[in-house]
Design a protein around this ligand. Structure first.
Ligand code: 13P
Ligand code: SF4
Length: 375
């Protein structure tokens, strides 16, 4: 059985009249995009951040979608650039007292839930996510109450309060394996919030799922018809698609997967050209790790596009070098999570991390997923 609830119209804030830098003001979102530093400013900011990281016993944790400066600097200073799953694991395990998380708010909150004793700083606390915004905890709790017989599986792109209602957390790197294991254990699933990812997982696993009706405003804009036209222009190109994209786009893919799965496919597939349907922040890593290969952005603009379709998350774009330096200097933008929520919100995250650690090391995951009635 499957069911959906009506898509929730999210009232996003409007652009600030006095915003510095470029402003992304689509039908769906707004963002203050920091001005691009000059070469001299960039060098000065990087040197200042390196010094501050040492002074404050801090480490940078950056997502693949943020500005290349923040990806490169994280790696150059002993931090990490990765997907949301590895960001969580790295932040939990690293001995630094302060984590500087460049990404969107749920990533900082996950780091704080896993390490409440650490200071977690973010360049801009307004960097959010349409999936998180579109899944308010009161309505989500009511949805869960309607389905008490289902395991509640939520995507990492959610608030701490939503995580605290969940049985399992997943990211796009492990959702398939976790839902398949739950199905094998006889469990029915309540899935939230990304409807495209949920539908993809259901098609792949055949699990019994009901869905929250959320979407990523970036991936929702990829267009199948325009993608087919681009494929005709580049007939040798392989198509790599993030499963937050619509089903018709996923159907055209040679490989479907998370940000890290896309990187792996680009490295391992025997092709010289790729069309990539995910946030174009990924292009930096794809191109630097595969200098002999060519990457094209999958098309977003089309008759049904609802924004100017730049294929870049407006909230990821809010992260900049100047704010990293500022928060390290001042301690501003520290993530706070209600301490009463932390123990319960941590449970589904710990389950995901234990499950994926077992998978990675080739151990059995059987004991980690209770059979129905044994939970
Ligand atoms: P990953 O979990 O693949 O890092 O993706 C996070 C995200 O926000 C995708 O849009
Ligand atoms: Fe959220 Fe989409 Fe931005 Fe990822 S790319 S943070 S899912 S809005």
């Amino acid at each position: 059985m499957t069911s959906t609830i009506a898509l929730k119209e999210v009232a996003y804030e409007q652009p600030l009249a006095d915003s510095e830098g470029a402003v992304c003001s689509t039908k769906h979102a707004w963002a203050r995009v920091p001005p691009e530093p000059s070469q001299a400013e960039r060098a000065e900011l990087k040197a200042r951040i390196c010094r501050l990281l040492k002074e404050k016993n801090a480490v940078m944790v950056s997502h693949y979608y943020v500005h290349p400066d923040l990806q490169d600097l994280a790696e150059e200073t002993g931090g990490i650039v990765s997907d949301s799953l590895e960001m969580a694991r790295f932040g939990r395990d690293h001995p630094a007292q302060t984590l500087v998380v460049s990404g969107v708010r749920f990533m900082g909150e996950t780091a704080k839930i896993l390490s409440p004793e650490k200071t977690v700083l973010m360049p801009d606390l307004d960097a959010t996510c349409s999936l998180d915004l579109g899944c308010p905890v009161e309505e989500f709790s009511a949805f869960c109450d309607q389905h008490p017989d289902r395991a509640v599986v939520v995507y990492a792109n959610t608030s701490a309060a939503v995580k605290a209602r969940a049985d399992w957390l997943v990211t796009s790197s492990c959702a398939l394996e976790i839902v398949a294991a739950l199905k094998a254990a006889g469990q029915k699933i309540l899935w939230a919030p990304d409807r495209h990812l949920g539908a993809y997982i259901q098609r792949e696993t055949g699990a019994d799922m009901v869905f929250w009706n959320g979407a990523c405003i970036v991936h929702d804009e990829f267009k199948a018809l325009e993608l087919e036209l681009l494929k005709q222009e580049h007939p040798q190109a392989k198509v790599l698609v993030h499963p937050e994209s619509p089903a018709e786009v996923v159907a055209l893919a040679d490989a479907v997967g998370s940000t890290s799965a896309i990187l792996k496919a680009a490295r391992e597939m025997d092709a010289a050209e790729f069309i990539v349907a995910t946030d174009n922040g990924m292009m930096h890593k794809l191109r630097t790790l595969n200098p002999g290969k060519t990457f094209y952005e999958a098309p977003t603009a089309g008759n049904s596009a609802t924004c100017k379709s730049c294929a870049h998350c407006p909230w990821m774009a809010m992260n900049g070098l100047a704010d990293v330096a500022r928060v390290l200097e001042t301690g501003a933008n520290a993530i706070q999570v209600d301490t009463a929520l932390i123990p319960r919100a941590r449970q589904p995250i710990d389950r995901m991390l234990a499950f994926t650690a077992a998978l990675k090391s080739g151990q059995s995951t059987a004991g980690l997923v209770p059979h129905l009635g044994a939970a």
